[in-house]
Unconditional design. Sequence first.
Length: 193
Amino acid sequence: MGLQGLDGSADRFSRYVEGLASVIGHADRVNPLRDYCTGLMMPSERKSVEPMAAVTAPGRTAAQHQSLLHFVGQAAWSDEKVLSKVCEMMLPAMERDGPIEAWIIDNTGFPKKGKHSVGVARQYCGQLGKQDNCQAAVSLSIANRQASLPVRYRLYLPQDWAGDSARRHKAGVLHGVLGDRLTGLIAREEPLL
């Protein structure tokens, strides 16, 4: 399944993914990157790798699931390099509509059904407007009157994750990551553009 028939969108999407592919390292990561990005764009209630695999490779869902799991969880690519590349590619287009007028610091909750994704805990989730299982992140975005663009991002670890070294080790979370930190403190510690 793909993005065909969307009036040039498929070509723009291909160029975008090619740009991201230039910073992910090994050439064998390009197809999983393209499939992952395609899965994010496709209509699906859940944006986890299992439903993405079913949408992007319906004839070989089990193999695609493994490929996407490896790409997201095990492959050694830098999310900072990818985000920097996104900024490099998108900022000129954004600034054609006007100068950057604001920096936005925001915390965002991502509802989750399970409990194994890093940082998932019962906590306030803005998308749901209540406490529920979710991951939370702090982001720094830049904005003008037409668009906004995330430039930095950090996952928040609740204390039950930050204080559990066995759980962090099993999930591959680096040592020294702290929980229960204020949004402003996290944002101030992030290097800017």
